[in-house]
Design a protein around this ligand. Sequence first.
Ligand SMILES: [Zn+2]
Length: 437
Amino acid sequence: MKNIDAILQRIEGKRDELTSLTQALVRIPTVNPPGDAYEACARFLGERLAKRGFSVEYIRSKGAPGDHDMYPRVNVVARYEGSSDGECVHFNSHIDVVEPGPGWSMAPFAAEVRDGKVYGRGTCDMKGGLASSVIACEALLEMGVALPGALEISGTVDEESGGFGGVGYLAGLGYFSRPKVHHVIIPEPLGVDRICLGHRGVWWAEVETKGRIAHGSMPFLGDSAINHMGAFLHLLETQLQPKLNQRRTQEPVEPPGARVSTVNVNSIHGGQMAQHYSTDARGWPTGDLPSPLVAHSCRTVIDRRFIAEESLESVKREIVDMLNELKLTRPGFDYGLKDIMSFIPTATPQDAPVVDATARAIARVLGREPRYISSPGTYDQKHIVRTGKLRDCIAYGPGILDLAHQPDEYVGIQELVDSAKVMALATLRLMGVEDTD
Ligand SMILES: [Zn+2]
């Protein structure tokens, strides 16, 4: 179709606009936690799209974890009805970013442009991808292409903290289900020529070991929960870890180091609350003072990532079996186990429409075949699959995943432009606009 070249050219001509849109989004510091400036960012996006003919809704996830009058969880969903009935293509981006952290060589929210890159917290993960999807849709509308179906763009909150007040909440209201939506592209920074089909599974659980409090100078009168936890962690490292290293998946998880099952200890706490000790010039203790106690409780959060070849039930049973073995063999050992969160692995089939359309668009724009990958960690696709029951979903967007959450995060401007082109062409094919090759 001759229009294709014109569309690609139009997006090429929007290079500066795409750059400045990315900058404008990055300059709204939507840091999570606590969830700063969500409403400002949602409104910025909504007002822009409303001017282009989208109908815009702001949905606050009242009562969701983290929602608070000081930090309202405000999501934005914008929908453009095409010229006739058809399927809906939805671009979903999370608007939250993680805190900048230390180590930056420039201001993290200044969105400086240097050497063809935009720098700042959220450039790569994932305001650059959001900007690309906006420019892709706007270019299609400006070209006056007759679109059967609908276009949707959403900016959602809290992805970095599980997405329960964002995509999870909206999915519960039907925002990510048929017949409203048919195809979803999440512009996470997976790379301009890679299509992410899904992710490994996750199980977070809190394990608590129990002990008996006593004076720290006479530990034999008590029973240390910290020592019991040490025994559990020792088994985790010496028994479970080697088994997990052997369990390889057929899914194309990137990086390849994550093509096995993994476990991490996210946090541990035993005994008294964390304290900050110091001494003054005389050598006297200052700050919080400890007291001598045998710990009666020790808690740890384990982060178990599992592969498509395992079931959640078997993953849990493995840990429970280890804990029960300790209970039988280690005097005084007792434990509690609490589920925090779990999602099973998901993988969109390679012949799904959204995968096929994006693959063809990548080949057309970049002149090479896409790589299919799977993510080691979950992202909002989990809610779309589990709650929305929508399988036609991928992550595709500009940026280098390794830069996410790092100091001096950036996104390349050429990548922004290329991925906007891919998104526009994929959208046309998904909406059934003919001859898009
Ligand atoms: Zn992200």
